[in-house]
Design a protein around this ligand. Sequence first.
Ligand code: SF4
Length: 465
Amino acid sequence: MVDEIHEECGVIGIWGYANASRAAAMGLFAMQHRGQESSGVATSDGKDITLVRQMGLVARLTEYMQEHGEPAGNAAIGHVRYSTAGGSSVVNAQPFLVRHKRGPLSIAHNGNLYNARDLRGKLEELGHIFQSTSDTEVLFHLTARHPAPSLEEAIKSALLQVKGSYCITMLAPDRLMAARDPMGIRPLCLGRLDKAWVVASESCAFDLLGATYVRDIEPGELLVIDDTGCRSIRIAESPRRAHCIFEFVYFSRPDSLIFGHSCDKIRRRLGKQLATESPADADVVISVPDSSNTAALGFSHKSGIRFEIGLLRNHYVGRTFIDPTQAGRENKVKLKFNPIPGVLKGRRVVLVDDSIVRGTTLRSLCRMVREAGASEIHVRISSPPVRSPCFYGMDFPTESELLASNMSIEDMRKYLGVESLGYLSIEGMVQAARELEGQFCTGCFSGEYPDEELNKQNRQMQLGL
Ligand code: SF4
């Protein structure tokens, strides 16, 4: 019953760097927002691969590595994971490591393979035994059973059989590989750290390591990096791009380059566009920290209404206090946020948030702002209403639990107990990210996915079939 959308993963890969396991873990620190359930690093010393995985935050992984010795080697891949409740266990923590006929192979995956269940069923019929409940594991089985002696050929064949979204880093003792699905749904970029190569979900990992951004891994590209250099293999043609626009709205860090563009710049534009489409007569703009700070700055800039910090966020509250009761949830909101009455008392407040999921957190926050003395509250959302599920690796509540699926905007306004509620339009959202126009997935907002099979599946779900 957590009232947030969760990114399911972040990945990293490093080749040709002394102490690669530590560097990979450092990069994971920068991408902690992409997954807090577990983290792990697989390291190659040129002959074999050592795997370390821990439940919890990356700090636990690094503590473990310090206590037990950092795995030695010049190449590593790493992963941070958020999982849905049923899959929260160390067997599902990544990277995965197997030993098959071509030797050890480790994989870290961000995304969702929506035909994994079907593929798994067929493989189990053939006698394959699975160790986890993760969709990623089918990639190992498909790779292992391919007859070609070449590892790249086997991986390419496996990737051609899966459907959905994937950004993958893979490690064999003598090479690092990275692949991205043909529509480029999730972000994955390539950087240079002196003579070493780095691949990461977000470029903020490069900044922490002192690496420089080179380019994105192309949709449909398999990149192979070894002692001879870096070469590109095409997995499949890329008929269209469908980058997840939610990466700009909420998931990615504003200091990252996402799909080759500044997340900060586009997120500010979302706020500016929101101010144009849904202005408010008010005294102060505040944000729901931290994810809405940048959009709120954009709203303030365009509207000319001063931005102030009206809510403070406590960053030390983990997932410990999840409580399924309404009272419990409100307590959690109080643990996490605190209003600043001096900013809010007697003021007409614009409260900017990036999205509404169930609406329970925002409702509690609105009550908190009111109790702190705000005379009016105008809620502005820097994305359109979320009405449909995500099949590409975001953990959304079911459609029936999404507030905007069940209520009109006016009913939502009443539910939140505020003077006005305004959303950004789909056109306005896409316009804010105009550099990539025509290259987005907007499925959870529009109900239209870049894949006809998913459109059919969504229509059937809506009909209750
Ligand atoms: S459905 Fe929404 S969250 Fe999922 S990939 Fe598309 S835009 Fe992103």
